[in-house]
Design a protein around this ligand. Sequence first.
Ligand code: ZN
Length: 239
Amino acid sequence: MTRYQKNILISEIGESGQQKIKNAKVLICGAGGLASGVIFNLCALGVMNIGIVDFDKVELSNLNRQYIHKTSALGEFKVLSARKTALEFNPVLNIKTYCEKIDENNVDELIFPYDIIVDCLDSIKTKLLVSSAVIKTDKTLVHGGVDEFFGQVCTIDKTSACLACILPENAFSDENNTKKGVISPCVSTISSIQSMEVFKAITSLGEPLKNQLLLYSGLEQSFKKIKVQKNPNCPVCSK
Ligand SMILES: [Zn+2]
């Protein structure tokens, strides 16, 4: 409890809130840039039960932003490298790793043991797949996306607009999902906002970013919240 003294000092959290944080089960989809910040934030908050799913290995070009991985981890599976760094931070964490690509066949099974799912993915197709799976359950999804100097965050569950309602139609084709550049301060800002959404979902404090998309511009240092609605013709959540 000494470790989390500064959390517990906040009256809205207290010991009971810290207990909720300790018991929460969070699955992080992706082990790249967004996941780097989310993993560090959740471990520091005191989330003890974390799953990480990713099938990639650490490459040199990842290290402009994926700071959970050290140079010595080049060539290692990202999930194992991320777990190792997290355990150096706190050896008593319970971190499960899933070294696999998320697809239609494994998505339900992967999310099943967890309460909150964090979208730290870079493929729009996989993001939509995870969103579709989460809204069939009582779980919460915290979506995040980044490119160049921009980012976005929202929280999704079965009562809110889903990711397919929110993303523009042209985002559905992975052809438009061209690999753009991105810089670490922007990724790290978005990952911190995602971590705050996870914290709020665990503790039921504050207003979740449901039916709202938070847009960030690093160059302008501006945040804009836009209202989004469930699309009555959404191919995913209107059924
Ligand atoms: Zn929808």
